[in-house]
Design a protein around this ligand. Sequence first.
Ligand code: TRP
Length: 446
Amino acid sequence: MNTRVLTGITTTGTPHLGNYAGAIRPSIQASTLPDVDAFYFMADYHALIKCEDPARIARSRLEIAATWLAAGLDPDRVTFYRQSDIPEIPELCWMLCCVTAKGLMNRAHAYKAAVDQNVARNADEDEGVTMGLFSYPVLMAADILMFNANKVPVGRDQIQHLEMARDIAQRFNHLYGQGEELFVLPEVQVDDDVATLPGLDGRKMSKSYDNTIPLFEGGSAAMRNAVMRIVTDSRGPGEPKDAESSHLYTIYRAFASAEQAAKFKQALEEGLAWGEAKKQLCDRIEAEIGPMRDRYAEFMARPDRIEDILQAGAEKARRLAVPFMERLREAVGLRRHVSVPVAGSEQAAGKSKGKAARFVSFRDADGSFRFRLISGEGTELLLSEPFSDPKAAGVAIKALQQAGALQELGHQEGDLLVIRLDGQKVAAFPAEVAADVRTALESMAG
Ligand code: TRP
């Protein structure tokens, strides 16, 4: 069996060079490994937790899809989809919510940080805390468990969420698995080799520090512009530079072969001017990103093409999610009533090897109780009138199962045969199916 690798990308921002080197590039590489089935999706329901600007959400979903595709993700090989195109995910999220201890969520870092900040400034501890933020880890567990992912590559900040997903999965398995593992326990994968790019000021490249180098947005000019603003020390041209301590070199290394990096390092140590070094860095980045930039522009100009790709991805994903959800519904008791055994049918099953007719009781949308008579072949022969209480429906079923019930209780009224019990109408059906109804009832009569 192939290993299922799954990860989500929250759609709130525009991808920058740090996202590319730290997540996009390694994920695309991993997706080409043999024995790997990769599931990459845009976590746009998660985005709603952090962002209430519809235009930004829409824009980010598009940019992120275009970025991954332009960077070489092969949607035929990978299952690439949008979380919000899979309605089974929020459905599973609710099921998981119902088995998740609130106490477990109280310990989630993101939620705790929000509370701590409120406490620190003497505000109400729940100020600005939505249920979305609070239950964020449950939605993430649903993303992962929906597809029974084995491995989940994420950043360190997500490790706790993976532990929670395992906890929730275990509890669900224990409650509903009946000895069977409904959910695979996912493993976190934190890759320490992956490049964490420093930003312009040397801190981790991040939108929240406003120190990013753009990836595609703004074209090569914007990229060059940012590179020129990378902070360096004040050593002038000709003065030896300490490559290892310069973040310019760290960024260079992420886009160069070992050989190219060694040469660059040597040049710096021999006094290469910072300005020249920045130009060389731009060229290195451009060699890798340049060709993708054109593809990115093409995708951004054709959102309909992106949409087609995402729809095909959602279809692929739902081929797994829909039947699995059916199984989970069954496991928790959200079953279709046709599979509920009703008094009488077991006996009959014994008699004619599963081809017995049966009564199926159910609760109607308006809250009333009804039943159907289903023939051994599976066709519906009659539908009862509504009953306000289930006992009355049961009494009517019992009466119908008595030998000769149809002759006794049936009254021809026009084209219909109406069944009455103590004057009360129980059911009516076309007279021409009366023979089938009789056969069915007789097959059940004790
Ligand atoms: N929470 C993740 C992040 O911020 C994104 C995400 C959502 C995710 N659902 C996921 C990652 C499922 C892995 C698996 O990075």
